[in-house]
Design a protein around this ligand. Structure first.
Ligand SMILES: Cc1cc2nc3c(=O)[nH]c(=O)nc-3n(C[C@H](O)[C@H](O)[C@H](O)COP(=O)(O)O)c2cc1C
Length: 359
């Protein structure tokens, strides 16, 4: 009993340090975090999120303004730490394009736009937007940027997928760590692209190992979508949970309907880790495109972000036409737990039930 009270007390301490009323964080999801979803989670007392990977600086400011028009709550803004530039291999990319031509418009390696928004300009825009938290994935921010964010009173949450990454992020000054289990939907946050597929650690192993290895609070993410998972994460030492797929079926997420329905139907084995959409390993619903992309005779995907650019036309068409068979439909292993009720109501009910389980 005393131990259980400690789990709630740990979560409460974390919440009060951030001005939250519940230890529920919306996961940052590039392209799937509209301000209305974040505001709903924040209005319930949790933390909103913006996955800013693909956003230009002015879009980052617009997102923050749109959130603040809907909520007085807090939010995190998130960026990927860039990998070294990918090496191009046009002959191989041509082979990938031949395969892709069965799935979408013809693409030429020379014609694709690989450039992404400028990372340092995005960082400046995040500082100016002044979120409660800036988070990272795929690595750590420079010490200079960490210093500047802390000067402004912004916390840094670092996503980690191994104990080694957890220690490195704490050493680099992270205020809290987001321990991402391999159940998670979307891209895996491994610091090295190669270890995303080799160091596949489930949250039940990763979470207590990270909690034991560091002093800073640990947030659990990956496969948590209901009160049972939330309570279990707190019992394993988490100070809060971060939920992605579990919020994707809410009306505020406004997902293409086939993706939302696919999430609702998916058993854990109906998702898989794949590089076939972006070149970086991420977890998606299994669809016809993925089955073909993982056949032994299909060329390996190009590295990130080249593969992302090569598949852009196919992915855009799939979204426009609401076709699940070739859609980049990220989802975690607990997809089937995702509910379609409004996000504020969902967060509220989830935390109430988790508190009951823990009391
Ligand atoms: C559609 C989608 C997009 C994502 N984009 C990002 C991102 O831009 N940055 C990031 O740190 N994590 C991203 N993630 C991972 C989530 O932040 C989180 O780790 C994951 O959703 C947790 O697992 P769950 O989906 O089972 O809740 C994304 C996840 C999804 C489902």
């Amino acid at each position: 009993m005393a131990k259980r009270e400690t789990d709630i007390a740990r979560a409460e301490k974390f919440c009060s340090s951030l001005g939250l009323r519940m230890p529920i964080l919306l996961a940052p999801m590039a392209g799937a975090c509209p301000p209305q979803l974040s505001a709903a989670v924040a209005n319930a007392g949790g933390l909103g999120a913006c996955g800013a990977l693909l956003m230009q600086p002015d879009a980052i400011q617009e997102w923050a303004a749109s959130f603040r028009a809907r909520s007085n709550g807090g939010f995190q803004m998130n960026l990927w730490i860039p990998d070294p530039p990918a090496e191009r291999d046009v002959a191989h990319e041509r082979a990938v394009c031949r395969f892709l031509s069965d799935w979408g418009p013809e693409v030429e390696p020379e014609a694709i736009e690989v450039a992404a928004p400028d990372f340092s300009e995005q960082c400046e825009a995040m500082l100016e937007a002044g979120p409660t938290v800036i988070s990272s994935i795929m690595g750590v921010y420079s010490s200079e940027f960490v210093h500047r964010m802390k000067e402004k009173g912004i916390r840094w949450f670092a996503t980690v997928t191994t104990v080694d990454e957890a220690k490195a992020a704490e050493e680099a000054g992270a205020d809290a760590l987001v321990a991402q289990g391999m159940e998670a939907g979307g891209h895996r946050g491994a610091f090295q692209a190669e270890s995303a597929e080799t160091a596949m650690i489930g949250l039940f192993s990763l979470l207590p190992a990270v909690v034991d290895a560091v002093e800073v609070p640990v947030i659990a993410t990956g496969g948590i979508a209901d009160a049972r998972g939330t309570a279990a994460a707190l019992l394993l030492g988490a100070s809060a949970v971060q939920i992605g797929t579990g919020f994707l079926r809410t009306p505020e997420a406004a997902l293409p309907s086939v993706w939302s329905e696919g999430i609702g139907r998916a058993n854990p084995e109906d998702t898989r880790l794949t590089r076939a959409f972006s070149g970086r390993a991420g977890r998606s619903l299994v669809n016809d495109y993925l089955r073909a992309a993982h056949r032994p005779d299909t060329p390996e995907p190009a590295p990130y972000p080249v593969q992302r650019s090569l598949t852009q036309a196919m992915r855009s068409e799939a979204t426009k036409n609401n076709e699940l068979s070739r859609m980049q439909a990220w989802a975690g292993q607990s997809a089937h737990l995702a509910q379609t009720r409004p996000a504020e109501e969902l967060a509220d009910a989830l935390w109430k039930q988790a508190e009951e389980l823990l009391s």
